[in-house]
Design a binder for this molecule. Structure first.
Ligand SMILES: [Zn+2]
Length: 581
């Protein structure tokens, strides 16, 4: 009796397991991931990607299987490593001395080398740069280096102080206002530009979908300002009636007088958002899940495949020539935020690089961030799956400090360009980006409150989605990770601009951009070449490539298929298909 009952139990349990597996497969294959796809393409204002069959444009595919939503939130190792946020490493001073100069063991205060001392193109190759920077970090109290130290204290610089008792490090960011630079640039302010305050938040390897998934507070800002939502609000109650007479009479372009949220208290209390509009771009397409092929068109107007005799000119050069004072920072050991390794990209010499006036990058070549043995590891540095910490703080904290100090120093200067580039999404778990959300939303709110006026624009932009090896990538190999492939090619892009309806109503004649075109472009297929044209358009410089439109012009659908778009190889992938494909 006993034997037969055991057999029976065994039979039942094996049978049960097989049934369970079959049900799981059926459930997984036919129902669950599809269910997870239902909101995949929904953006701000619950707007979906639309395919217009009448146009000679390609068909924007949507994934049938969505795994990223399934695994979302599971692999957040920062919760285990840093349950209370970034923390110091007790050995950080030893490590710093070991990989800079062993003779520094008696010093506690250091200065990082000044970025502007390094030259293109040779110094910027990662292999060269990282060694050079570490060799040129100097102890501040060593008098024999006094000239070099003073030379490093130009425009922007970072210092590192170790506490003598605890041996823990603390970084300070310093900005020196440059009166000579102001005089130089002021001469160029006569040139008319469409915008005078430009803030670029560049987040490497972040798809639009993942941005909306993980950056909930920043999303909320965009959602509040989203032009369609604003129109809805206006239908409910016309915000124009909230305007004070004082504001109506205030008909001039003076920046201080039109500063948002400061004077218009009545309208602020009823509807704080209607002076600003945000836009999303649902069909902004990456070339490839790699930074250089997307970022070179964006900031230099040329790509590696193009005719190399045409030298891509940095947008920074044009900004400076239009009187802008420029600042740039990225939490990645580099000079331009480009991950330039000599072995990969020899063609970099064909680009005309240009430094910003203020830069903070070299701090992130510190051995406590970029591992001296392997630059890119999973637990340290720019590709880390856990929070990217350095001396007890998230690296982005130093960047925001840099941004705030730069804006404060040049508060009264008319034209400012600030770019903050983050590598926080560039990692396999897809989770560490969420730690940037709160500080970023705080920074954007701070910028809007203090620096945003009728000539301000904010870009929130990426080069491509996440292409790092991950569980979703693994599914990709089994043809289940369609969402992963699509997201790789669907980078983040949002704009925050003044609502010109509002400004034209109150201050008249500020119609320097066509907002209707931006609205149309939300559903148009384009790539990062259009971003370069947008910068030129801001500077009223005309077009660099006659065939490519800026975001302020209606994009006419030149890219009706991927070949025309510049995606030639199968490995690059293209979301946009001809209907019969
Ligand atoms: Zn990238």
């Amino acid at each position: 009796m006993q034997v037969s009952s055991k057999k029976k139990k065994k039979k039942i349990s094996i049978f049960n397991i097989i049934i369970l597996i079959l049900i799981s497969i059926i459930f997984y294959k036919f129902f669950f991931p599809k269910f997870l796809c239902r909101n995949w393409d929904k953006g701000l204002g619950n707007i979906s990607i639309k395919n217009n069959k009448n146009e000679d444009s390609c068909f924007w595919e949507k994934p049938k299987v969505c795994n990223i939503n399934l695994f979302d939130g599971i692999f957040d190792l920062s919760k285990i490593y840093y349950p209370n946020g970034c923390k110091h490493d007790k050995k950080e001073r030893n490590y710093f001395i070991k990989y800079t100069n062993k003779l520094y063991y008696k010093y506690f205060d250091f200065i990082y080398p000044n970025e502007l001392n390094y030259k293109y193109p040779d110094d910027i190759y990662l292999e060269v740069l990282i060694k050079k920077v570490r060799n040129e970090i100097l102890p501040i109290s060593n008098n024999s280096n006094i000239n070099k130290i003073n030379n490093n204290k130009k425009n922007a610089y970072a210092t590192l102080h170790f506490d003598k008792k605890t041996n823990l490090g603390e970084i300070n960011i310093n900005i020196i206002k440059n009166e000579t630079l102001i005089k130089e640039r002021e001469k160029l302010l006569e040139k008319k530009t469409k915008f005078d305050n430009i803030l670029v938040i560049y987040i490497d390897a972040l798809s639009r979908q993942h941005f909306l998934r993980k950056m909930k507070l920043t999303r909320k800002i965009l959602e509040n300002y989203y032009w369609r939502n604003e129109k809805k609000k206006k239908n409910l109650k016309d915000p124009e009636e909230n305007i004070t007479n004082n504001n109506k009479n205030n008909n001039n372009n003076n920046i201080k007088n039109t500063n948002i949220n400061k004077e218009d208290n009545i309208s602020k209390s009823k509807n704080p958002y209607f002076k600003i509009s945000s836009y999303q771009f649902l069909k902004y397409h990456a070339f490839y899940a790699s930074t250089p092929p997307s970022i070179m068109p964006m900031f230099y107007g040329e790509n590696f495949n193009n005719d190399l005799k045409k030298r891509g000119i940095s947008i920074i050069k044009y900004l400076k020539n239009s009187g802008f004072i420029t600042a740039d920072s990225g939490n990645h050991c580099s000079k331009t935020y480009l991950d330039i390794q000599k072995s990969f990209y020899k063609d970099y010499i064909y680009f005309n690089f240009e430094d910003c006036d203020y830069q903070i990058f070299h701090l992130f070549c510190d051995p406590n961030y970029m591992d001296p043995k392997i630059y890119y590891t999973n637990l340290k540095g720019p590709y880390s799956i856990i929070r990217k910490c350095l001396y007890g703080k998230d690296t982005f904290e130093y960047q925001f400090e840099f941004g705030r100090k730069f804006l404060e120093k040049y508060k009264n200067y008319k034209r400012k360009f600030l770019r903050l580039a983050f590598s926080d999404a560039h990692e396999s778990s897809g989770e560490s980006i969420k730690y940037l959300d709160k500080p970023l939303s705080d920074f954007i709110n701070f910028y809007i409150e203090n620096y945003f006026n009728e000539k301000s624009i904010i870009f929130i932009i990426s080069d491509h989605g996440n292409g790092m090896p991950s569980i979703n990538n693994l599914f990709n190999s089994f043809y289940l990770g369609q969402d992963f492939t699509f997201e790789k090619h669907s980078p983040t892009l949002f704009l925050i601009v003044p609502n010109l309806d509002f400004y034209n109503f109150h201050f008249k004649n500020i119609s320097y951009i066509n907002q209707t075109s931006i609205e149309i472009n939300e559903q148009r297929f384009f790539n990062s070449f259009s971003i370069y044209e947008t910068f030129l358009d801001i500077l009223n410089m005309g077009k660099y490539n006659q065939k490519i439109e800026s975001l302020f012009q209606e994009i006419n659908g030149n890219f009706s298929n991927c070949e025309k778009f510049g995606i030639l190889s199968d490995t690059m992938n293209c979301i946009c298909k001809k209907e019969n494909q």
